[in-house]
Design a protein around this ligand. Structure first.
Ligand SMILES: [Zn+2]
Length: 199
């Protein structure tokens, strides 16, 4: 709805240089495969492409007792690379208060966001394009999540420790136990992460 930002929301379609060099998620195979899978979403470049990043942080650096707050941030990837990762364009969806992290109960906190994302994906919402000066129905999609391995456990609801440590490989996780080691080692390198479409 802002004249300053509405034209930037179609940067990934209108301004991006398609020369095979990776500068933005729109240059990636994942983005292009998504477009092939969801052509009706892809034909409207104003539809919003989101990433979800979540992790914990300690708000009191000098305190001896640990206090864990979790943040959930959405990143709008429609914007050019020099803007989409700027703090002012992050959407801080929620802060989950401490002192202990939510663990698997992060699901409960995420519920309102998931409901809203589902509505934006399935139904969409009527809004105004200030550049084109027209109303249109805007949809949004969540392309991926960004998290470290412990947070991946909470978000996926699958243990990232022990024998079946890979939520993506799931029951097919390849792992071995070293003779003199307590821990289970998962391997080989999970190349499928780089080429998820092949799976
Ligand atoms: Zn794996």
């Amino acid at each position: 709805m802002s004249t300053k930002t509405s034209s930037l929301m179609t940067w990934h379609k209108d301004e991006r240089i398609n020369d095979g060099i990776m500068r933005h998620p729109a240059d990636s195979m994942a983005w292009k495969s998504f477009d092939e899978l969801h052509p009706s979403f892809a034909t409207e470049p104003r539809n919003v492409r989101l990433g979800l990043a979540s992790d914990e942080f300690q708000p009191f650096r000098n305190s001896k007792s640990s206090h864990s707050i979790w943040h959930v941030v959405l990143i709008p990837y429609n914007l050019p690379p020099w803007l989409c990762m700027k703090q002012e364009n992050f959407i801080l969806s929620m802060l989950i208060p401490g002192p202990n992290g939510p663990g698997d109960a992060i699901d409960t906190y995420l519920q309102p966001l998931i409901e809203e994302l589902k509505e934006l994906w399935e139904v969409g919402i009527g809004t105004f394009d200030a550049s084109a000066k027209q109303n249109f129905k805007l949809h949004a999609s969540l392309l991926w999540t960004i998290n470290d391995f412990p947070a991946y456990e909470n978000l996926s609801g699958w243990s990232t420790k022990g024998k079946l440590a890979c939520p993506f490989c799931n029951k097919d996780t390849s792992s071995i136990r070293l003779t003199n080691c307590e821990a289970e080692i998962a391997g080989p390198i999970h190349y499928r992460w780089m080429y998820p479409i092949e799976r």
